[in-house]
Design a binder for this molecule. Structure first.
Ligand SMILES: [Zn+2]
Length: 90
């Protein structure tokens, strides 16, 4: 999901409650399926180009599972009470 400060939602808008770090798995402990970065990087590059061209739509998160072969887009809205981005203006 491209994060454009003051225009679109941030990660805290999506995940309002920060999880306890001890309760969250991480790549160092659990590893990462090696093909995942090869799938994610082209999508991120395309989103970066769209930001530069001014054609990106803020708040669209692309979620995919290379394991299950499933991809989908999810619309994320700004949280008016977000402690991170609520005071940012475009
Ligand atoms: Zn936010």
């Amino acid at each position: 999901m491209p994060i454009i400060p003051g225009i679109g939602p941030c990660l805290r808008c999506l995940f309002p409650d920060e999880p306890d770090a001890s309760q969250v798995a991480n790549c160092k402990q659990n590893g990462i399926l090696p093909i995942t970065p090869g799938f994610a990087v082209p999508i991120q590059i395309a989103q970066a180009i769209r930001i530069l061209l001014g054609t990106v739509t803020p708040g669209i998160m692309i979620r995919f599972s290379v394991w299950d072969g499933v991809a989908r887009s999810i619309r994320v809205s700004r949280n008016a009470h977000c402690p991170v981005c609520h005071s940012l203006r475009p």
